[in-house]
Design a protein around this ligand. Structure first.
Ligand SMILES: [Fe+2]
Length: 288
């Protein structure tokens, strides 16, 4: 079972990619220089079929983590234990380093919005989510990672900031954090806050993973589309995050307009170079 660690002791996987079906064959044939893969859990929560077969074969060569989109941990709908049972079966099969889902709600009253909706940042919502995260962790026998989402709306009821909300939930539920650097940037633009203020407030020892992704500008908003290369401001924010948090397992999420694997490998090398440059600079300033 994963335990909360000091940041220097956190498990570290290196630089990874989201595993996408477009790349199954290439990954098996070429064994690319990727340290690990993240899978979308729901794509493999089935009894058989080709994707599961590919997953088993690719898993033999790469460490993996599981990332879900359907837990709806913030909803007032009852937790779906059928879903959690399937998740646990997949967890036993894949033996991932950890599993994650989003700090959001995706529906209520039987309606699925097919979107990751932000939470109202209130004490009532903190208690609600903490109780549900604790139930999930008890059921899974593991700590889970919660990811910050991009948002385009806010609630009049919110009493605290998003970063205070995320920190409170993580501390009280004793769960871990998947910090999506692109989502921090997107929300900072849409809601007009300083993204570095967000990063500085997050407890380093709980951050086990970073997401990076691309977005698009639309009217006066940024939309989190995952269909573009990572933008320069997100790379800059990533460099700040590396300075603050140290070595955190990092991966690129590309979900649409998926390029050949070779293009993603070039982008992943850019990510690696930025992080390693930060570590070298830190090392030099320590020994100077
Ligand atoms: Fe993400």
């Amino acid at each position: 079972m994963l335990k909360t660690n000091h940041s220097q002791d956190r498990p570290y996987l290196g630089y990874g990619l989201g595993l996408r079906k477009d790349h199954f064959e290439t990954v098996l044939a070429e064994r690319p220089n990727v340290d690990w893969f993240e899978i979308i859990s729901e794509n493999y929560m089935v009894d058989g079929g080709k994707p599961l077969n590919y997953l088993d074969r690719i898993r033999e060569h790469y460490p993996m983590v599981m990332h879900g989109v359907s837990m709806s941990i913030g909803s007032t709908e009852a937790l779906n234990f059928d879903y959690l049972k399937q998740l646990k079966v997949l967890f036993k099969r894949v033996e991932p380093a950890w599993f994650s889902d989003h700090l959001c709600w995706t529906g209520v009253n039987g309606v699925n919005l097919h979107d990751l909706m932000p939470m109202p940042y209130t004490e009532e919502a903190i208690k609600h989510v903490v109780d549900r995260v604790s139930q999930v962790q008890d059921f899974m026998g593991q700590q889970m990672l919660l990811e910050n989402v991009s948002s385009y709306i806010s609630y009049y009821d919110s009493q605290i900031t998003e970063w205070e909300f995320l920190t409170e939930v993580a501390e009280r539920a004793d769960c871990l954090i998947l910090l999506d650097i692109n989502n921090v940037y997107v929300s900072s633009y849409n809601h007009n806050f300083n993204p570095n203020t967000y990063l500085e407030a997050i407890p380093s020892e709980r951050v086990y993973q970073f997401h990076l992704a691309g977005h698009v500008h639309e009217n006066n908003l940024i939309i989190d589309t995952h269909d573009q290369p990572i933008s320069d401001p997100v790379f800059e924010l990533y460099a700040s995050a590396v300075q603050q948090f140290g070595r955190v397992s990092t991966m690129i999420e590309r979900d649409d307009n998926i390029p050949p694997l070779s293009e993603l490998l070039i982008e992943l090398q850019q990510v690696r170079d930025i992080a390693e440059h930060q570590f070298e600079s830190q090392q030099k300033s320590l020994t100077a």
